[in-house]
Design a protein around this ligand. Structure first.
Ligand SMILES: *[C@@H]1O[C@H](CO)[C@@H](O)[C@H](O)[C@H]1NC(C)=O
Ligand SMILES: *[C@@H]1O[C@H](CO)[C@@H](O)[C@H](O)[C@H]1NC(C)=O
Ligand SMILES: *[C@@H]1O[C@H](CO)[C@@H](O)[C@H](O)[C@H]1NC(C)=O
Length: 633
């Protein structure tokens, strides 16, 4: 009971196997019919796709198939950005009307600060706390320009007449937030007229003198910025110098705000998954100027602060699975196209293969009657009628005659070799060399027999033009092959039906019923299956078991021919048996030619060959002559 259940469970479990081996019929030891054209098409298709895949993967490595999109993000409170000597450089000074920058602390002084406002909320009340940190400035020199990419840009300035951040005294500075946010930090540069309160290292000039000198001046200011190149996969930020230039005057007070925009590039560097690499920096976005007409000792304030709008760039590279699935789609299209081209050719070639193994086909060139007529032409009446046809046919016929001659030559050479083998027996040679020469001759005969069969084969040989006829559905009445194929195809298509095969199996059952008695049939079921011994190659085994067609030993062409020859001799000598008579009469003439080559009748056959070559007799007639001769002898 339990045993039964477990068996059932096993059977059900086995049904899950999706890798089951389908039951197949083979054709010529292959699972399907394959053609050379199909093989070429397949390799063409595969190499094309390999090429595409390699090109695509190469592009992927190069970052060529990139998609990018940019968005803007609004921040109420931009987060902190640190700046240091490698990515922040400032140069600025006031310019005289002749556009020459100058530093003169007896005229104007600059105070630089990092201004911080922290808003505290206590009891619903906002309290702003301002703190300031000095930003050390100094007269510029090339050593202070430490941003490598922009050294070239800044070297064009007259550095010693400009102010710079003194990187020897400060390591880094930062910007954060906006004016409304809880934390706000910005750089503030205050330009003031030199007076008792503001004076630094130098004594101030007289007030009128200063006012006059500053009446019509310019302000020159340089800072680093970036442009974004999304196509550059390693370094999307390209440094550039930003130059701000404006007028100033002692008569007005200017307030300039320079807004720095955060830019972020998200690069998807994952090959299969998304894996974003984030790069960010600040760039100059815009500046605003406000003018106050109140005359005071202030010339200008410059504030460097963050912008609230962040620019973001997303860069996606095509993923490997996307490439592969795209290629899969493309493959479907190309495969379908190739399939449409290949399918009819394959079908035709498949049926031709089946037809060739089932039928023999009369070859188009064979026109023996005309051949004969040409040999004895009637000069008066036939000349004109045939001259045109003759020209048309002549090439074909020459081919045919050559073919025929070839097969005859082969027959002759087989005969010669057989004679040689027999001659060796009578020669006085040592047995070993005799054996060897025999072996060689046997091999040669075997080869000749193969060639003979090739030369007399009546198979349909398809040329590519024949395929074109069929694919165009253009059946040329002059194209005998298409007629032959159509006819024979109709004949076999029924037999390829599984119902037909089942019917035939049933017929065998019926035959069994008719041929065997009831008790014989009962025993029949117990007939032993062929048993494969430990050494299947042993000679004894092949002799005892070879009535099973499945175990018939493989013989070479020569051996087969020799066997057939002996069997033929046997049949000819027992012509009383009607089956023998029928059998002989159904053998192809050309094969009879081969079989008739026997030691005792060599001369007779050479006469017969002459007959065959000269003129095609009715097959049965030839045989009857031959048989008559045998009976009389
Ligand atoms: C890039 O990846 C992001 C993140 O998944 C996605 O939202 C976006 O649509 C992708 N862009 C393109 C152009 O494929
Ligand atoms: C400047 O460089 C520092 C150190 O390399 C880095 O922490 C900072 O984020 C950079 N700032 C910008 C705006 O690129
Ligand atoms: C403008 O100047 C007047 C008089 O000189 C002074 O009272 C006033 O406070 C100044 N305003 C500002 C904003 O400095």
């Amino acid at each position: 009971m339990f045993n039964n259940f477990s068996k059932k469970a096993l059977r059900i479990l086995k049904k899950v196997d999706i890798f089951s081996q389908p039951v197949l019929l083979l054709i010529k030891q292959e699972q399907g019919h394959k053609t050379l054209f199909g093989a070429c098409l397949t390799s063409g298709l595969i190499s094309f796709f390999l090429y595409l895949l390699i090109v695509n993967l190469f592009d992927l490595r190069q970052g060529k198939n990139l998609t990018s999109l940019s968005t803007e993000i609004y921040h109420t409170q931009p987060h902190q950005f640190k700046l240091d000597e490698t990515n922040f450089t400032l140069t600025f000074a006031i310019q005289s009307p002749s556009f020459k920058t100058y530093i003169d602390e007896s005229v104007y002084v600059v105070e630089a600060k990092i201004q911080t406002k922290i808003t505290r909320i206590t009891d619903n009340e906002k309290i702003d706390e301002w703190t300031q940190q000095d930003l050390p400035l100094t007269k510029c020199n090339p050593e202070l320009i430490r941003q490598v990419e922009l050294q070239q840009y800044f070297s064009q300035l007259d550095l010693t007449t400009n102010y710079c951040i003194d990187w020897n005294k400060i390591k880094e500075l930062d910007l954060e937030g906006t004016f409304d946010s809880l934390v706000y930090r910005a750089i503030l540069l205050e330009f003031k007229i030199c007076n008792d309160l503001t004076k630094k290292s130098k004594e101030c000039k007289s007030r009128d003198e200063i006012k006059k000198q500053l009446e019509q001046n310019y302000f020159s200011f340089q800072m680093p910025s970036y442009v974004v190149d999304v196509k550059n996969d390693k370094h999307p930020f390209l440094s550039k110098g930003e130059d701000i230039f404006t007028t100033i005057s002692s008569k007005i007070f200017k307030e300039i705000s320079i807004y720095m925009q955060p830019i972020t590039v998200f690069t998807d560097i994952g090959i299969i998954n998304e894996d974003y690499e984030v790069q960010n920096t600040l760039r100059y976005k815009r500046h605003t100027e406000m003018i106050d007409l109140n005359e005071s000792d202030l010339i200008m304030n410059v504030v460097i602060r963050l912008d609230q709008i962040e620019q973001q760039y997303y860069r996606n590279y095509t993923k490997i699975q996307i490439i592969i699935s795209k290629m899969g789609g493309l493959w479907q299209v190309f495969f379908t196209l190739a399939f449409l081209i290949q399918k009819p050719i394959n079908m035709l070639s498949y049926y031709v293969k089946i037809l060739n193994s089932l039928f023999e086909f009369e070859q188009e060139q064979k026109k023996p009657i005309k051949n004969q007529k040409q040999e004895n032409p009637n000069p008066e009446t036939l000349q004109q009628e045939f001259s045109s046809r003759q020209q048309l046919q002549s090439t074909k016929e020459i081919l045919f005659i050559q073919n025929k001659k070839k097969s005859l030559q082969r027959l002759q050479s087989i005969k010669r070799k057989k004679k040689q083998i027999e001659a060796i027996e009578s020669l006085a040679l040592d047995p070993q060399s005799k054996e060897e020469t025999k072996k060689q001759l046997t091999k040669a005969i075997s080869f000749s027999i193969k060639q003979y069969f090739l030369s007399i084969s009546k198979k349909l040989k398809m040329r590519w033009t024949d395929y074109l006829y069929f694919i165009n559905c253009f059946v040329n009445s002059k194209n005998y092959k298409s007629l032959q194929i159509q006819y024979s195809f109709k004949k076999i298509i029924k037999q390829m039906d599984v119902l037909y095969i089942l019917k035939k199996l049933q017929e065998i059952d019926k035959l069994k019923m008719i041929l065997l008695t009831e008790s014989q049939i009962k025993i029949f079921d117990y007939l032993q299956k062929p048993t494969i011994p430990l050494d299947p190659d042993s000679a004894q085994f092949s002799v005892t078991q070879n009535y099973y067609s499945i175990l018939k030993p493989r013989k070479n062409d020569y051996q087969k021919a020799v066997d057939a020859e002996i069997a033929f001799k046997d049949l000819v000598e027992n012509l009383d048996n009607p089956i023998n008579m029928k059998l002989i009469n159904s053998i192809d003439q050309t094969i009879v030619d081969l079989l008739k080559m026997r030691k005792d009748s060599l001369d007779v056959i050479s006469e017969g060959d002459v007959c065959i070559s000269g003129q095609r007799y009715d097959r049965n007639a030839v045989l009857s002559i031959d048989i008559n001769q045998r009976n009389s002898s």
